[in-house]
Ligand binder design. Structure first.
Ligand code: T6T
Length: 345
């Protein structure tokens, strides 16, 4: 990944793209897709019998089902499950919502799978349902999002979301020449990942006195709501210069909002994630930079940690995976293409 990003830097890029590419190098330093450089805070031994995991049933519970981030995570997890000889069931709510995810977790708990990989939709509300999984004997691996009290999990695997938010602030600041009004379109409070991205963004703009922060607004993971937020903010602030969209649906909606408001090119967008629609918006010039996470790697490492726990082998408690920053300038590079999310495996 780093090699790819260094190659991007050597190209002659327009100023804004060069700023983004330079930022990409720093963002990439926040984590890694390979296990050797993943960060680990501690290791622990599982208390299980140490028998082989082969043939055991695992379940992956996504934050929301039809989201290409989780679809890609499932692709990585399924490939790893096949390699390790375990079966993996994929489930998730139709919306990113604790009230919808909880009954799914309860139903999974009743089946007592050997391990569950889960992205909790709320860092507090999902604690009890997830503890129930662990109490029932399933090994729990938190993938992507986490809990306020993550002690129930054998491992937590995610991007370094706060660092990604800070890098987004720096990239956006550079894109708009260090001056002007900026807005965060977030998802909803209580999601560990997107909360951390907004926090990182807010600390990243503190060192840029020319930026005026208009605060964050919540889209509820609904592109239509994100679009209406952007149009309403533009109606009051026609001089809005930049938007940080903290996830895939916030980004899709923000781009639609700009298009509908006729502001193409006048407002810059940096967002997390790299779903197919986001990539199209980048190509169309509505969005200038995508911070692509590595969901397939999160899924694959999630399965590895689950199997370790089942087999009584040590776990890596905290794993941070990397990013690839996608711009119009590097979109056609094979390494960038590999980092884009899939709509199906
Ligand atoms: O950004 C990802 C994920 O990391 C986040 O926790 C929720 O939103 C996404 O799934 C993208 O929609």
């Amino acid at each position: 990944m780093q090699r790819h990003i260094q190659r991007t830097r050597r190209r002659s890029l327009p100023l804004a793209a060069a700023a983004l590419a330079a930022t990409a190098l720093i963002v990439a330093g926040c984590g890694s897709s390979n296990k050797s450089s993943s960060s680990s805070t501690s290791s622990s031994s599982s208390s299980s019998s140490g028998s082989s995991a082969k043939g055991k049933n695992l379940t992956l519970v996504a934050g929301v089902k039809g989201d290409e981030f989780y679809i890609t995570m499932n692709c990585g997890a399924q490939a790893e499950a096949k390699k390790l000889g375990v079966s993996l069931d994929f489930q998730g709510p139709d919306q990113f919502d604790a009230g919808q995810q909880t009954p799914i977790v309860n139903a999974v708990a009743a089946k007592k799978p050997a391990a569950v990989l889960i992205a909790p939709t709320d860092s507090a509300a999902l604690y009890a349902p997830i503890k129930q999984l662990a109490d029932g004997g399933s090994k729990v691996v938190l993938v992507d999002t986490t809990l306020d009290n993550a002690g129930v999990a054998v491992s937590q695997i995610s991007s370094n979301n706060e660092a990604g938010g800070t890098q987004a602030a720096q990239a956006l600041g550079k894109l708009i020449g260090g001056k002007g009004k900026v807005l965060v379109v977030n998802v909803k409070p209580g999601i560990s990942t997107t909360d951390a991205r907004a926090k990182g963004f807010e600390s990243g703009i503190k060192s840029q006195p020319g930026l005026t922060y208009l605060g964050q607004q919540y889209s509820n993971d609904d592109p239509a709501k994100a679009a209406s937020i952007v149009k309403a903010v533009l109606a009051k602030n026609p001089d809005l210069k930049g938007i940080f969209a903290t996830n895939l649906f916030s980004a899709e909606g923000s781009a639609s909002g700009l298009r509908e408001a006729g502001k193409l090119g006048q407002v810059k967008i940096i967002s997390f994630d790299a779903g197919p629609k986001q990539v199209q918006d980048l190509k169309d010039g509505l969005v200038q930079g995508l911070i692509a996470q590595q969901p397939a790697d999160i899924g694959a490492q999630g399965v590895q940690q689950a199997v370790n726990a089942i087999e009584g082998k040590p776990n890596t408690k905290v794993i941070r995976t990397g990013f690839v920053t996608v711009t119009k300038a590097n979109i056609n590079d094979p390494a960038t293409q590999k980092a884009l999310y899939k709509a199906s495996c």
